[in-house]
Design a binder for this molecule. Structure first.
Ligand SMILES: [Zn+2]
Length: 151
């Protein structure tokens, strides 16, 4: 995409937002990593999606080429429309940070929007995606981590 266009994550221009991360810089915190991973899904930046998986993420034990083929096939059917960050929590005693977000998207023209609570940890090089828990959440506005854990 053109660097001067608005970043898919909804931030500033791509050049000022997620492009530096996709080109090798490390996001400074879990939320920036999450946003840049969303933008990478939109732009099919598969190298970035692989690189930012935590070593403990389940997909890391898979064959990378198979992972990539499946993901590439899946992404073709998806139309990402909007990312909303709902809430975040800073790293806990174990160094695990949380980001609660909502993604508006369609899959094969049907609504496939979802909310996810993602967990991130720093692996010494940068913030990495550890694991996520997704739910359908028709009315995400104002939902906090406390609401999520209660329901
Ligand atoms: Zn961005």
């Amino acid at each position: 995409m053109d660097d001067s266009e608005r970043c898919p994550c909804g931030g500033a221009t791509y050049r000022e937002c997620c492009a530096p991360f996709h080109r090798g810089a490390e996001p400074p915190d879990a939320e920036r990593l999450m946003r840049s991973r969303y933008a990478a899904f939109v732009l099919a930046e598969l190298d970035y999606l692989w690189r930012t998986l935590h070593p403990d993420h389940d997909d890391r034990s898979r064959d990378r080429r198979m992972w990539e083929r499946e993901l590439r096939g899946g992404l073709k059917k998806l139309r990402y429309r909007k990312l909303r960050i709902l809430d975040t929590a800073p790293p806990d005693a174990d160094g695990v940070a949380q980001v609660l977000f909502h993604v508006t998207l369609s899959a094969s023209r049907r609504d496939a929007s979802f909310a996810e609570l993602s967990y991130f940890a720093h692996d010494g090089d940068g913030w990495r995606y550890l694991v996520g828990e997704t739910r359908a959440l028709p009315n995400p506005d104002g939902i906090t981590l406390a609401d999520w854990s209660r329901s």
